[in-house]
Design a binder for this molecule. Structure first.
Ligand code: AMP
Ligand code: ZN
Length: 673
């Protein structure tokens, strides 16, 4: 391909991928399979790698992140990011309406919008391209988080149309959908990582991460709601028009926006969303009311803190009073202790609430909870009921404060709290009943060993009966068939089924086994990375913390946890026993009986399709003669075996690095076949 052709190809792929992105993340329409999308993305990536001179900093390949920011730059806002006035009642909103009328008279309209509960962001575009994303900060200046912003799929990196001002700023709210919040938080809990209290905190914590690849893995979304440019009034006369326009440029603008002719229409909008908000996929905490006309906005102007032409109305969170009866402390699989408030049952937002999360010791201290306190409970973000505060007037004279336990409620070990973490842990990993049971339940989980015929309840029963005390015992169950037959509700058929399931799990690959062990902070992706890097458990066990931490995406905390776990004598002996039972502790590498040494010391890469052999057959031929397959082209590669329909990027790269390119005949000639 000529330089011009390459540039054209890059432009075409970029445009296609941007289009699919927009359709999917802004319009929620899927036009292409994930697989095909990934193929195109990979093709573009390869071209960009090969021709960095043509790579666009706003390419869709940048969505996956990768850049690490050690410290975010502080950027001054061109237009300060003011907060909005708050109103909580119809009366307060009527007062706002009166003040507006006094200044601009009766002839105007309001735009009503939902008030998204996330964090505000200011995006700058030049010539239709995103150049900067800055957090609100203190309103005057914020953090430049552009690399993280680029990973948010619904934020356009380049705009779709051409009718936009040369330079403009657009503001909006970054948030996480409730479903993503629940899913990711559960994953974090399972991996022993700290959980977030609500989607807003999760989104805010994510946008401040230094590793943009991690940001890319956490699905964030963004609604835009304010446009700022020089001479804005030349192009638009109202806020409503500007919203319509930016929607056309490719921005995600919420559909639940309404033009209202008077305050009573505003009230109906509020009434409607006060109940309907529970059905949204994201959280809102109120609505925002803006005077529509730009000239009238200017007339109204600002106070020191807020615009006079806009305000917000906050929904009352449904809140009830009840009595705190006790606090229990639940110990999870990783030993993390979660305090839970046991409440006098009370009706809240349509359901009876008996318990509420208290998160951690800091939260209990902040609330200053005392025995038999009367507490206010809210359904925080419609997800988990939460204790908000104490009604001090009702505190009993003899009430005493709750103290966080120093010992594990399940096994009496002394609890520990790692530096910088809010959570207490029970360190007795192998002797604390809920940890033992939790670890076995994790081990058999669907994404781990996926043992058919063995479920969480059975694990608990077997544990109580003394049949199981750690994961090794699962593989010894078949030696205890008689004991199993004595169990109630456990017929021969279920026993056979279970034993079959257990045997089958021995085939699970190393990465699943590593994940199944339940090492703190080692989730599915981390386990995969460790397995493919170290290849087997012995290499991983003998690696130093520094060596483990040198694997891409593995931080020091994870490395420490892995090292500590694998080197504990109890775990080493468990792993030895599991090995004896036949579980996979290495990436399977096929044993080959060499037919000759003619390719010894030579490296190969196969690409394209071949007339006489499949790629697997060619691989086997190379390996049977002592050659080694590698995954990517470098100057050290000895031969590129090229077939038809090979990707142009590879060919070009091989030519540039002067790697010999051979066909299948040449290969056979090398080994005298
Ligand atoms: P507050 O933080 O209570 O002063 O409310 C002001 C904040 O509400 C703004 O800084 C925005 O982050 C946020 N907000 C959410 N939705 C909207 C919206 N539709 N229009 C303007 N601001 C919004
Ligand atoms: Zn314990």
């Amino acid at each position: 391909m000529s330089a011009v052709e390459i540039q054209e190809k890059i432009a075409q792929l970029t445009q296609e991928l941007n289009h699919y992105n927009y359709q999917y993340y802004v319009l929620a329409q899927s036009l292409i399979s994930d697989y095909d999308f990934d193929q195109k993305l990979k093709e573009l990536e390869a071209l960009e790698l090969q021709y960095p001179q043509f790579a666009d900093p706003n390419s869709p390949t940048q969505r996956v992140g990768g850049d690490i920011t050690s410290k975010f730059n502080t950027v001054k806002h061109r237009w300060p990011m003011l907060s909005l006035g708050n109103t909580y009642s119809q009366d307060e909103l009527r007062d706002f309406d009166q003040r507006v009328r006094k200044i601009i008279g009766d002839d105007f309209q309001y735009v009503c919008e939902l008030k998204f509960d996330g964090l505000s962001i200011s995006l700058t575009y030049q010539n239709g391209r995103l150049v900067q994303g800055v957090t609100r900060g203190d309103g005057t200046q914020g953090d430049d988080v552009t690399t993280n912003i680029k990973t948010i799929r619904s934020i356009p990196l380049t705009l779709k149309t051409t009718d936009f001002p040369e330079e403009f700023e657009i503001r909006g709210e970054i948030f996480m959908h409730k479903s993503a919040f629940l899913r990711l938080n559960k994953e974090r809990e399972e991996n022993g990582d700290q959980t977030y209290a609500n989607p807003r905190n999760f989104a805010a914590g994510t946008i401040k991460l230094q590793d943009s690849a991690e940001v890319a893995r956490r699905p964030l979304d963004c609604f835009l709601y304010f446009l700022y440019t020089e001479n804005r009034r030349k192009q638009f006369t109202t806020h409503w028009e500007s919203l319509e326009a930016v929607r056309n440029w490719g921005f995600h603008v919420c559909d639940h926006t309404k033009l209202c002719n008077d305050i009573s229409e505003v009230f109906s909008f509020i009434d409607y969303w006060d109940t309907e908000r529970h059905n949204l996929s994201y959280e809102i905490d109120g609505i925002v009311i803006k005077v529509n006309d730009y000239a009238q906005q200017e007339e109204l102007s600002f106070t020191a803190k807020n615009p006079r032409w806009a305000t917000s109305y906050k929904f009352k969170a449904e809140r009830v009073e009840t009595i705190l009866k006790s606090i229990s402390y639940q110990v999870g699989r990783t030993g993390a202790v979660t305090p839970v408030a046991n409440l006098q049952p009370v009706l809240l937002a349509g359901t009876t609430v008996k318990r509420a999360s208290l998160h951690n010791a800091n939260e209990i201290a902040r609330l200053d909870l005392h025995t038999q306190d009367t507490v206010y409970v809210e359904k925080g973000g419609e997800i988990i009921p939460k204790v908000i505060s104490v009604n001090l007037e009702k505190r009993l004279p003899d009430a005493s404060p709750f103290h966080y336990p120093t010992l594990c409620p399940e096994c009496q070990s002394k609890l520990i709290r790692e530096e910088g973490e809010a959570v207490h842990y029970c360190p007795n990993e192998d002797g604390c009943p809920p940890q033992i049971v939790g670890k076995m339940q994790h081990f058999i989980g669907r994404k781990m060993m996926d043992i058919e015929g063995l479920g969480n309840e059975t694990i608990e029963t077997f544990f109580k009966k003394g049949l199981l005390s750690n994961v090794v015992d699962i593989y010894a169950l078949k030696e205890h068939e008689e004991d199993l037959q004595q169990m109630e509700r456990f017929g021969q058929k279920s026993i056979d089924n279970m034993i079959k399931g257990i045997e089958k799990s021995k085939q699970k690959p190393f990465e699943k086994v590593l994940f199944a062990l339940g090492i703190r902070h080692v989730g599915e992706t981390i386990a995969k990375k460790l397995a493919s890097y170290f290849k087997n458990i012995d290499a991983l066990t003998t690696a130093t913390i520094e060596e483990i931490a040198s694997v891409p995406d593995i931080g020091g905390r994870i490395a420490e946890s892995v090292h500590h776990y694998l080197n504990a004598p109890a775990h080493r002996s468990q792993i030895e026993k599991l090995k004896e039972y036949g579980l996979q502790f290495a990436i399977e590498e096929k044993e080959v009986v060499l037919e000759s040494n003619s390719l010894e010391g030579k490296t190969f890469l196969i690409s394209g399709v071949f007339a006489d052999f499949s790629r697997e057959e060619l691989t086997a031929i190379i390996e049977n003669h002592g050659g080694k397959m590698v995954g990517s082209i470098s100057a050290k590669l000895n031969y590129l075996v090229a077939g038809d329909k090979m990707g142009p990027a590879k060919l070009i790269k091989a030519e540039k690095l002067q790697v010999p390119i051979i066909n299948e005949r040449d290969l056979l000639a090398l080994i005298n076949m």
